[in-house]
Design a protein around this ligand. Sequence first.
Ligand code: ADP
Ligand code: ZN
Length: 681
Amino acid sequence: MADVTPAPEPPGFEGAGPQRPRAARSRGAAPLIPARPDGSLDLDAALPLFGHHQFRPGQRESIEALLERGRLLLVAPTGGGKSLTYQLPATLLPGTTLVISPLIALMNDQVSALHQHGIPATFLASTLGGDELRQRMRDLANGAYKLVYVAPERLTFPGFRELLQKIAVPLVAIDEAHCISEWGHDFRPEYMQIGEFIATLPAETRVLACTATATPVVRDEILAKLALGDRTTQIVRGFARPNLRLRAREVSRRERDEAIDQLLAAAIGRPRKPTGAAIVYSPTRKLSEEQAARLVGEGWRARAYHAGLEPELRDAVQRAFSTGALDIVVATNAFGMGIDRSDVRAVIHLAPPGSIEAYYQEVGRAGRDGEPAWGLLCYTSQDLPLRRRLLESDIDGRPADPEIVEHKWNMFLELIRWAEGGSCRHDAILRYFGDEAEVLQGCGHCDVCEALTSDSEFDEEQTALIVRKALSGVARIDRRYGLLAAINLLAGQTDERLQRSGLDQVKTFGALASETAQYGEAWIKKLLHRCVAAGWVEYTGTDRPLATLSREGREVMLGRRPARIVLPPTAEAAPRGERPRRERSPGRDAELARPGVELDAKAQVLFDALRAHRLEVARRDEVPPYVVASDRSLREVAVLRPRTIDELQQAHGIGPAKAEKYGEGLLEVVRKSSPRSRARA
Ligand code: ADP
Ligand code: ZN
């Protein structure tokens, strides 16, 4: 590495005695590494300041994107080395980089680590004494630090804002940026102030937002709430775990135990001679006790671990696992935070957790050493209603917020779709996170990839034929309707929309009619979901998701690319929970409160009209659509078909205030849609 300029002597740090930094230059703290003669910044020269010899994949790219384009959203897993993306530029740029971080403990750690490398940094927090705080502020004003860490609430202190205006701030980094998302469990109201702060910065100030967990939806939310604009570069990296052999299986209780035993045998061999460790995640304490007892019966050194155990016992279990005295821990999700055992060869879920993020984080505890490791997700058809009930149950005696319930429900459905999906598990997860760069076009060792290569389960021609028909159905409704219309089209079932648009006359109409007759409509739906998971069908549109083919999907439809998915199972496809609903719902509570109520065609048309109306009203009043009414409310209105304000208020979430404000408009939409007898006699 060329001409490394030694860092200047760092000024005195906290607690480093009476010596305090000297007065600043006018441009604030000078760079630790001067720019090259041509003015460019020398990233390679700065790296050794941090004790590193090489950039990790993606680090240089991220830093360059930030320096060149000024705005970056970086999504990479915890431990991926995101901090360097702002710490390294901080040493190269004149002035003091501001880092906004949620926890004082985190700031303290980061600042001490920087001190160890001789990089002047500090943090400001209310836990410091008044004198200390004032001294640090003075030093900051004098350009003594290259980095200053603060919690977001400090941005509201007028004294601090004033100080920032006096010093040069070349870069603002927001750590744990997902805390701004109201959907996550990490939401921190103080983060809401950051956007307003960023808007006040001079245009040339660079802004970096970092997070380890952000799906595309949350990423958009971060950009919007931070007022970063959609020109912001987004880099998503480091999510690939190609050594994981992911499996998902729908199983009965008995099959579950068998599946577990099989997986354990493949991953860690036999009891008494295990070749590694396993973690089994259980949805309940009771089940974790039962399963642990069963595994002990099989000869494993296994223990249960959950929040109901005495703290000493929990510590003992965790220690025994860490030191290798236990082979298997059967745990609720309370387990795993401090697990540094690198030879975990299997992570088994007895039931699905709440989201793909949660699942990936937990299964990611396997194979930390890079050697092959297995993940098995067991699920049953009862998981859906169970989860729904869990989400809707009161939290600390207060009813759950319907919007948050809906959001979490969708996160859960994504995981179920992934589990039911018929394309490479590894690639499907990376697509979900938006980490396209690391997609493998088939990892080769997940259950789907294995099924695709074993001839017995995969009839290539037959599959290709069906998939191409399905995709041509989507191409027909392209961007006009959602998946439901494509299903009707393919099944050859006409509805108002298809009639209106003449789609019941096209060749594709009924292209999968015989499959529908044989396996049921639910099978067609699963097939399309698999096409979504494979990245061939996408959704567009902000309000109501409209289905469209991706570029790859078009290629598959045209036969220019292989249709490598496993078709949905046929034997149990039809009867499972997805039979067509009756048109009218006498038992409102039972029927309407059902998770993911599938509307019949007529109700769907009204629902669509209600949503369009909602969007109009939301735009007119400049409020988010959910303020007008939630999806669930509209769904209920679509089924109830109320005629009066009183009847309208029977729909979920529509109280007197909403009814007064938006009621007439909603009733008007109901009146306009084809009149018919009311849902509830
Ligand atoms: P994140 O913020 O993404 O969770 P950190 O920035 O805390 O991750 O980095 C995690 C660990 O990786 C730290 O110990 C850090 O020193 C180390 N690290 C980061 N970049 C490199 C690199 N280029 N070479 C070696 N170690 C690195
Ligand atoms: Zn695969």
